[in-house]
Each structure stands twice: as structure tokens, then as C-alpha cells.
Design a binder for this molecule. Structure first.
Ligand SMILES: [Zn+2]
Ligand SMILES: [Zn+2]
Length: 250
């Protein structure tokens, strides 16, 4: 692990040491996400280089909604949206003018030249303005560093490997990310070890979860009315989180 990556180990270890049933990578992502929202609604938004980035990239629907709903620093959010809107107005109008030009060509005397773009490409650029997000970008970068730390520790610290293997189930979206990242990070032999432990760990946990969901449904049978719920009361929420990742279920 490179020296600068050691700063990423504390949040990873905190997430894997935390009590509870939540996927540790969901926990890590949620904490990172909240910190980023706090950062962009905090004093950073008065810094010219931060504003240059937010003017250019903006935020996605999910992050803007959460920034607004947090009720924090509405003035700051307003200042940021104002200059972002002005910057994007230019781009939006340029793209619309391009669309106007392309519609004039349609069916006309001259066929489209190679450097001229069609409506689908212009629409793609318009949609990208909406989805482009400074927080999503930084979140993806930071999560990438966290995956490096997870893999490094898994093969250099038996304590961490045990913590990982015994922890709550990894949700499906993070499982996919782990498999993807392992391909680029681990050598063939470590990959084999890691995947075989994942098979064991996820297999046992998914079986237990399915049994708890089943018991939840069986509790609706009057014959089971007086039997204990066990862990089943929270089984539906845990099943949804395991399938989809943390999504703000209450
Ligand atoms: Zn997760
Ligand atoms: Zn976003």
C-alpha cells in the first residue's frame, strides 16, 4: 500500500469494526457521502477553485435533493446554484443552437458532414449536464481508494481478514464492485482465495437471511402467533438492503 493511502485506513477500519447488520461498505459509502455533502455546503463553497468546479460540473439529482433537504446553508446553496446556472446556460443554449442547426440539415440538400453531430449526441450532452456530479465523482474516487485498503489489509492483517469474513453480508452492488476491483488489484492466487472465502461467507449469510425472511412470513400463520419473532422483525429491511444496498429505508 502506498504511503498516501494510509489516510484511507481509518475510515475502512471504523466501518468494519462497527456493530450492526449493515454492509460495511454501505456504511463507509454513507459516511463518505455525508462528509462530502457537508463539505460542499460548508465554507469550501466560498473558495474560488471549488466554485469553479461546481460551476462546471454541478451535482446530480440525488445529491442536489439531499443538499436542499438537509436545510443547511440555503444561502450557500443559492450562491452556488446561481453561478452554476449562469455557466450552464451558455452550454445549454449552445447545444440547443446546435440542435436547431442539425434540424435544418435534416432532409435538406446536403447530407451531414462527419464533424456535425445528430440530435442523439446533442441530447446526450444535455443529459450529461444534469447527471454530472462533483460529489459522485469524488465518492467514486474515494471508494476506489477504500477498496485498495480493504484488499491490502485482507492479505496483510489476519485480524482484518477475520473481521471481514465474520461481518454482516456485503450488499449486491458492493459485492459487484469488490469482484470488479479484485480483478484489477489482486494477483491470480489471492483472487482465488478471496473469491472462495466470499462464496463461503455470502452463501452462509444469504441462507440465514432467507430463513429469517421465511420465518417473517410464517409468523402470519395463526399457529405461529405466539412463537418468538427472533431476528425476523427486521428481516425484510435487511433483505432489501442486501439486494440493493443502503437506500434510506426507515
Ligand atoms: Zn453495501
Ligand atoms: Zn451525485
Amino acid at each position: 500500500m502506498r504511503e498516501q493511502e494510509t489516510i484511507y485506513t481509518i475510515p475502512v477500519n471504523d466501518a468494519f469494526h462497527a456493530e450492526g447488520t449493515l454492509c460495511p461498505l454501505c456504511r463507509l459509502e454513507a459516511t463518505t457521502d455525508s462528509n462530502l455533502i457537508e463539505y460542499y455546503l460548508g465554507p469550501s463553497l466560498m473558495e474560488p477553485d471549488v466554485r469553479q468546479t461546481t460551476n462546471e460540473k454541478g451535482f446530480c439529482r440525488d445529491h442536489l435533493t439531499r443538499m436542499y433537504n438537509s436545510q443547511e446553508n440555503r444561502l450557500g446553496l443559492g450562491l452556488m446554484l446561481h453561478t452554476h446556472l449562469l455557466a450552464q446556460r451558455e452550454r445549454i443554449l449552445a447545444l440547443l443552437s446546435e440542435a436547431e442547426g442539425s434540424s435544418e440539415r435534416k432532409g435538406g440538400l446536403f447530407s451531414r458532414r462527419s464533424q456535425e453531430r445528430g440530435a442523439a449526441e446533442i441530447a446526450g450532452d444535455l443529459a450529461a449536464i444534469s447527471t454530472s456530479c462533483v460529489i459522485c465523482e469524488r465518492l467514486a474516487y474515494t471508494m476506489g481508494r477504500y477498496y485498495d485498503v480493504v484488499f491490502w489489509q485482507y492479505f496483510h492483517s489476519s485480524e482484518f481478514a477475520e473481521l471481514f469474513d465474520k461481518g454482516p453480508p456485503i450488499c449486491l452492488p458492493h459485492l459487484a464492485e469488490l469482484v470488479r476491483t479484485a480483478e484489477n488489484t489482486l494477483n491470480r492466487s489471492d483472487r482465488k482465495t478471496f473469491f472462495s472465502r466470499l462464496v463461503e461467507r455470502q452463501g452462509a449469510k444469504l441462507e440465514a437471511l432467507a430463513a429469517e425472511v421465511e420465518w417473517f412470513t410464517l409468523k402470519f400463520d395463526y399457529r405461529n402467533r405466539d412463537k418468538p419473532w427472533g431476528e425476523s422483525k427486521t428481516a425484510l429491511a435487511r433483505a432489501i438492503r442486501t439486494l440493493e444496498g443502503e437506500s434510506g429505508l426507515t
